[in-house]
Design a protein around this ligand. Structure first.
Ligand SMILES: Cc1cc2nc3c(=O)[nH]c(=O)nc-3n(C[C@H](O)[C@H](O)[C@H](O)COP(=O)(O)OP(=O)(O)OC[C@H]3O[C@@H](n4cnc5c(N)ncnc54)[C@H](O)[C@@H]3O)c2cc1C
Length: 435
């Protein structure tokens, strides 16, 4: 078998792997990224369809935070255009989120009960500014102490699902508030004018500038270790198998695949069980094309619908994503059966019923380009906000990164994945320096 030697091998070109690769390349290490698919980026990528740059997952990366800081640190272009003010659809009324007093404004649209509004606002302020509630109760259990109106519960469900891809019956109350703090209420996010793939591509340029390599269509099929220490991986490339020897291996291919590639028996007791306790996030994305705008604003958060929790008219922020005169939208939905098996057809039908009711021009002008249900082996995220896993695995010099390996409490999604990649890269750089 042919052999190749690198300092750092990265398995998977999701945003976490690319952040790790760019950081270590910038530090002067020789990096090889291997990616199973023909394109880089994983859930942060782009598929061109009917001339539209459709996203493979990420709708809007958060601005500021670890992701943008990493881009600045390594000198990569961060081309993300900020979105406008969020609008909420509550009880048939559209509410523009004011710069201050946002929660009170939203609650006032959800209920007429002043005592309930006051109770929720005060409890919310205590949890944000004094001490977060315990980890042992869900956000829904916390809320039920102060809220009784269904629309109020629905409002929080939408806030959690549309921004953190999680239900209030799944996320811990502590996780919810840590998420809001870490992501500054998720008000600051944007859209990539060149499509989501622009972000990993920009990091790829950093890796290549430092003589690193990125191989697509090249899955790792086995992670190699000896005496509890990683030694490299077997990679399939061009129909042949190749042994890549590496001092450090960073796996970005998800918890289950990392364990399968390296062999469950090599992780020792407890680790695989801890991975099994992570709650994967499920989501549905409906990609829509229209010849007329379907929304008057760039995004609408939907409260109390069957499934749809948000509609993003991405071309309102970045018209470059579609040919002139064409509008590209993504509707996000959380399967309410998220704790149960998903009935794909039924879920999509419920989403389409929602869209017909919410968007007056949907029936006459919209075309559904594709639908994505993210669950099982390909979830929207491998863990939800509030859960934490370290990047160091029990195998020495094998790191696991991605949205299932976030060590900063409250971080989630792309920012969390980026945090995990950067943390692993910093640790690996220190170890390589002293090796
Ligand atoms: C519908 C949807 C909407 C979302 N919207 C947002 C949003 O608006 N904002 C936000 O911040 N986050 C959002 N997210 C979450 C975000 O997309 C993910 O958290 C993030 O992109 C995950 O990155 P990752 O590094 O963990 O890896 P992934 O994106 O999961 O990438 C892993 C990579 O590993 C590769 N791979 C797998 N096996 C192998 C192998 N054996 N060898 C080589 N390569 C392999 C895969 O092909 C893939 O490219 C959304 C997700 C979904 C699904």
């Amino acid at each position: 078998m042919a052999k190749k030697q690198v300092e750092v091998l990265i398995i998977g070109s999701g945003i976490a792997g690319m952040c790790a690769g760019a950081y270590l390349s910038h530090e002067g290490y020789k990096v090889l990224v291997v990616e199973a698919l023909p394109r880089i980026g994983g859930h942060c990528s782009t598929i061109e369809y009917n001339g539209i740059k459709c996203t493979t997952g990420v709708v809007g990366p958060g601005l500021g935070g670890p992701l943008e800081e990493l881009f600045q640190h390594v000198g990569a272009e961060f081309n993300v255009r900020k979105c406008g003010i969020p609008h909420y659809l509550i009880n048939g009324k559209v509410v523009e989120l004011p710069a201050k007093g946002g929660l009170r404004a939203l609650l006032s649209a959800a209920t007429d009960d002043e005592d309930e509004i006051e109770g929720v606002v005060r409890a919310f302020a205590r949890a944000m500014n004094w001490a977060p509630p315990p980890e042992t109760i869900t956000m829904k259990e916390w809320l039920l102490q102060f809220a009784k109106t269904k629309s109020v519960l629905d409002l929080f469900q939408t806030m959690a699902a549309a921004t953190a891809i999680v239900g209030i019956d799944q996320i811990s109350a502590k996780g919810f508030f840590l998420f809001l703090k870490q992501h500054r209420g998720f008000r600051d996010w944007g859209v990539c004018p060149e499509g989501s793939i622009a972000l990993p591509s920009s990091l790829a340029k950093v890796i290549e500038r430092h003589e690193g390599k990125i191989w697509t269509n090249s899955p790792a099929i086995h992670i190699l270790s000896e005496d509890g220490k990683v030694t490299g991986a077997i990679v399939r490339r061009g129909g042949k198998e190749l042994e890549v020897k590496a001092s450090v291996v960073i796996s970005n291919c998800g918890p289950g695949r990392t364990v399968a590639l390296a062999g469950k028996e090599n992780f020792g007791k407890g680790y695989v069980e801890a991975l099994g306790r992570l709650t994967p996030a499920r989501a549905i994305g409906i990609h829509i094309k229209s010849e007329v705008p379907l929304l008057d604003y760039d995004h609408l958060l939907v409260v109390g619908a069957r499934r749809v929790n948000a509609i993003f008219q991405l071309t309102s922020v970045c018209p470059e994503l579609a040919p002139p005169g064409t509008h590209y939208l993504v509707a996000g939905a959380d399967p309410v059966s998220s704790l149960n098996p998903i009935e794909a057809r039924e879920e999509i039908d419920l989403c389409l019923q929602d869209l017909r009711e919410i968007l007056p021009a949907f029936e006459s002008h919209a075309e559904v380009l594709m639908t994505g249900i993210y669950h099982g082996d390909w979830p929207a995220m491998f863990s939800i906000a509030g859960q934490a896993m370290p990047q160091r695995t029990p195998i020495v010099n094998l790191y696991a990164v991605g949205d299932g390996f976030i060590s900063e409490p409250g971080m989630t999604a792309m920012a969390g994945a980026a945090q995990s990649g950067i943390a692993a890269a910093k640790d690996a750089a220190t170890r390589l320096k002293h090796a």
